[in-house]
Design a protein. Structure first.
Length: 234
């Protein structure tokens, strides 16, 4: 989840950087151009963004998550099925992107081996933001599986959207519906397996083991999406 309040100077530098991203990517040149344009000192900029443009790309993604959460709070989703609420959240997240090329460049950046972990955390963070905004109350292994599944959906949706040239990204909307439909089929199959008495000798012990897994606690670690305890048993 995004931090509660973003330093205004971070936003100032990010806004100054974005016009250059299409040409230079999330690169040192983009970072230096933002510093020059804003007049913020290089030392202060380095304090705000220790890894330069890489941390700017992280902030760009997290600000998108923040905007999505705020938009969801104003939406009336009460008449929608839960799968449609998820689809709506994904569409909002894409619709709120002001610079598609910045996302494209960020996707390439976080595909680099040494930044892949950052990319995975950002994808997970978006999934966590959606589930939390929609009121997820799971406190067991489902907390993890929901976010892991939605992370996979979100990652594939972004890649499809980046190449979508259809009017109003209508093809992406259809792709979202298909991906969520596929996930629902998997969930239906899992329910059938768990409900099969013949498989109970196998599924019973596994379900008991999984039932011992608990969701994170209520104290947030700012470096990890989700909620975490500061001590004691998880």
């Amino acid at each position: 989840m995004p931090e509660t309040v973003t330093d205004p100077n971070k936003i100032k530098l990010l806004d100054a950087a974005l016009p250059n991203v299409a040409f230079d990517g999330w690169s040192p040149a983009t970072f230096q151009a933002a510093i020059a344009q804003t007049g913020i000192s290089a030392d202060q900029a380095r304090v705000l963004f220790p890894r330069g443009a890489v941390d700017m790309a992280v902030l760009f993604h997290r600000e998108g998550d923040r905007a999505m959460v705020q938009a969801l709070r104003t939406e009336d989703l009460s008449a929608l099925r839960f799968r449609d609420k998820i689809a709506r959240a994904l569409r909002l997240r894409l619709d709120l992107v002001a610079d598609k090329e910045a996302v494209r460049r960020g996707t390439a950046l976080f595909a680099l081996p040494h930044l892949a972990a950052d990319g995975a955390r950002l994808i997970w963070g978006t999934a966590d933001a959606i589930w939390t905004a929609l009121g997820d109350t799971s406190d067991d292994v489902n907390w993890y599986t929901k976010r892991a599944t939605l992370s996979g959906v979100w990652a594939s949706v972004v890649l499809y959207w980046l190449g979508d040239q259809s009017e109003g990204h209508g093809d992406t909307d259809a792709f979202i519906d298909r991906r969520i439909g596929e996930v629902m089929q998997i969930e239906k199959f899992k329910a059938q397996v768990n409900g099969n008495r013949l498989l109970a000798p196998l599924t019973g012990p596994l379900n008991r083991l999984l039932g011992a897994i608990k969701a994170p606690g209520r104290v947030r670690d700012p470096n990890v999406p989700g909620l975490w305890r500061t001590g004691g048993d998880l």
